[in-house]
Design a protein around this ligand. Structure first.
Ligand code: PHE
Length: 339
């Protein structure tokens, strides 16, 4: 009996009418009172009890598919003046599911879109760097711990060629190669020799911002980041700056946003503090300007850098960084975006 059902199903599925009469013949043959499918329901009485469940389910599927097909054919076909059928060309297309962007791409595009509204342009830089652009020009002393083997993946034995550890290396290129005013945004992959866990990975993504011009002040930096935080996390978001240290900025700060989950009241995501750290920033150090050939007496500037994974985790409440790299379709399917 199962074979017979499968045979009829195959015939139903492959049926292609050439005329409206053939659609009617289809209905008579399969679905009318004396048709093949009602006949199966009659035969069903003789099916042994232990097979009834399986056979019953198959017949129901067949009936549903034949009914759907008939409705579809009736909808799709119209008759032209000569009585021939033709496809209804005004019928809207069947929607089909297109792929979705990776959550990191969605957030990167959103960050770019916010800063391009402020006049920043996107600047690219190499992932394989020399020591000078990753460290030297950025005012890292020769014995700075960040140059240590534990953090940096070196490529050449003399430790001069390496995988960039931050997108600040693009700043070093931009400032050496362009004349101010410079307003650039540099997204990209960075690499650090760290054990992989829910909070750290050896490969992650950063986005770097740089603004160099006459009279750029710390107030400009704060206002720019306040605008960013409100655009990214909602208009009620507050920021606070804490003093920090980076070799390439002076003064330097770390920026927190009011907790995206509790709004600042204190919860387990912000560990009761009401604040979440999102980025590092500061005023470009005069030594960095000098190394790039820009006169620090004339120009000032600010820079900031943030981890795209971190922003994405805060925005979507994702608790494990490794999810971004496993590419499990059940995870990725949950994200849709216009950009
Ligand atoms: N490069 C720093 C980091 O990777 C972030 C930063 C960028 C800080 C620009 C200040 C200015 O942590």
């Amino acid at each position: 009996m199962i074979d017979r059902i499968k045979e009829i199903l195959a015939a139903v599925e492959s049926f292609q009418p050439k005329s409206i009469e053939e659609v009617e013949e289809f209905r008579l043959k399969y679905l009318s009172k004396k048709g093949l499918i009602p006949a199966l329901f009659d035969d069903f009485r003789n099916v042994p009890a232990e097979q009834k469940k399986e056979v019953g389910a198959e017949i129901n599927i067949l009936k549903q598919k034949a009914t759907d097909k008939l409705n579809e054919l009736k909808d799709a076909l119209t008759v032209n003046a000569e009585g021939k059928i033709e496809l209804d060309l005004t019928r809207p297309g069947d929607p089909f599911k297109i792929g979705s962007r990776h959550p990191l791409s969605i957030v990167r595009n959103e960050i770019i879109s916010i800063f391009t509204r402020l006049g920043f342009i996107v600047a690219d830089g190499p992932e394989i760097e020399d020591d000078n652009h990753n460290f030297g020009k950025l005012n890292f002393p020769q014995d700075h711990p960040a140059r240590d083997m534990q953090d940096t993946f070196f490529i050449s034995p003399d430790m001069n060629v390496l995988l960039r550890t931050h997108t600040s290396s693009v700043q070093a290129h931009e400032m050496s190669e362009l004349k101010p005013p410079i307003r650039s945004l540099s997204p990209g992959r960075v690499y650090r020799n760290e054990a992989i866990s829910a909070r750290a990975h050896c490969l992650f993504h950063q986005i770097e911002g740089l603004y160099v011009d006459k009279n750029v002040s710390f107030a400009d930096l704060k206002q720019t980041l306040d605008y960013f935080a409100k655009e990214m996390f909602g208009e009620h978001t507050k920021i606070r700056m804490r003093p920090s240290y980076f070799p390439f900025t002076e003064p330097s700060a770390e920026v927190d946003v009011s907790c995206t989950l509790c709004g600042g009241k204190g919860c387990n995501v912000c560990k009761g503090t009401g604040w979440l750290e999102i980025l590092g920033c500061g005023m470009v150090d005069p030594n960095v300007f000098e190394a790039a050939g820009i006169d620090p007496e004339i120009y000032t500037g600010f820079a900031f850098g943030m981890g795209i994974e971190r922003i994405t985790m805060l925005k979507y409440g994702i608790r494990d960084l490794r999810l971004f790299f496993e590419n499990d379709i059940r995870f990725l399917n949950q994200f849709t975006a216009a950009i």
